[in-house]
Design a binder for this molecule. Structure first.
Ligand code: NAP
Length: 256
């Protein structure tokens, strides 16, 4: 078994997932980084430059077989998993009025953003419970990357909103179920973060932010989200569980 703690980060090739993987590498974690495409993510070499051992496990989180392979890779390479970060996610392929949304788009988004993390967490949580019995001194944590879309209506991408609302409930459920094993479960709720996912709507959000959509008038950066995950990984929230941590420039505040 590896001596350093090990984290699985899904969707770690770019954007928020990449920043989280590098933050964890800098905090002394070894990593299993995942992405859906087959090419090696540069995150692997970047994490290694920070002193981490880093394995790449390609896989589609919406597919049971790929999730099993991801966990098997972690077991065979490291023999332990101390942290799971469910970050992989997609927006809708095309914004469509919810009165016209197809079942195909709904199934795709729910499969990747909700069903995938739900059952990956189930698999990893069962393994964490086993590990906890043998190593009660070790800390185990699960972080789900949600979104302000969990509670903000965007009728042109309803299936994305529903998927993220589901992640909020999933966080509460696993936090409740795993508390007896002292496994902390958290949701990070990012606001508008500058990544490939938001590049198509950059002009729209530039304007909204400049007009005051968020009390803190700037785009979020992947590193903003990664630092919050880092605080959890360092054990700074160890008497909390089921917590939603807003990393959104204050978007969630209601203002009058
Ligand atoms: N950007 C924002 O403003 C924002 C705001 C709130 C929440 N979020 C959430 O934050 C998370 C990361 O978003 P991001 O902006 O960093 O996205 P991004 O830049 O588009 O990166 C998405 C990552 O997820 C991976 N991925 C996509 N589908 C996958 C699948 N089926 N199985 C495994 N990996 C898959 C991608 O892998 P490949 O490189 O192989 O395609 C990539 O690593 C998502 O859950 C998103 O919903 C983002």
């Amino acid at each position: 078994m590896a001596e350093r703690p090990v984290a699985i980060v899904t969707g770690a090739s770019r954007g928020i997932g990449r920043a989280i993987a590098l933050e964890l590498a800098s905090l002394g974690y070894d990593l299993v980084v995942n992405r859906v495409q087959d090419s090696l993510p540069k995150t692997k070499t970047e994490a290694e430059e920070l002193g981490a051992q880093c394995e790449f496990a390609q896989g589609d989180v919406s597919k049971a077989e790929d999730r099993r392979r991801l966990v098997e890779t972690t077991k065979s390479k490291f023999g332990r998993c101390d942290m799971l970060v469910n970050n992989a996610g997609v927006s809708v392929a095309k914004r469509v009025d919810m009165l016209e949304t197809t079942e195909e788009s709904f199934d795709r988004v729910i499969g990747i953003n909700l069903k995938g993390p739900y059952f990956l967490t189930q698999q990893v949580a069962n393994w964490m419970i086993e590990q906890k019995k043998e190593h009660p001194e070790r800390a185990f944590r699960i972080v789900n990357i949600g979104s302000i879309s969990a509670y903000t209506s965007s009728p042109a991408r309803g299936e994305y909103c529903v998927s993220k609302a589901g992640v909020t409930m999933m966080t509460k459920l696993y936090a409740d179920r795993l508390a007896e094993y002292n496994i902390g479960v958290f949701e990070i709720s990012p606001g508008i973060i500058e990544t490939d996912m938001t590049s198509a709507v950059k002009g729209k959000y530039d304007k909204l932010i400049a007009e005051g959509l968020t009390p803190i008038r700037r785009w979020g950066r992947p590193e903003d989200v990664a630092k919050a995950v880092g605080a959890i990984a360092e054990g700074r929230l160890d008497f909390s569980t089921g917590q939603v941590i807003n990393v959104d420039g204050g978007f969630h505040l209601r203002r009058l």
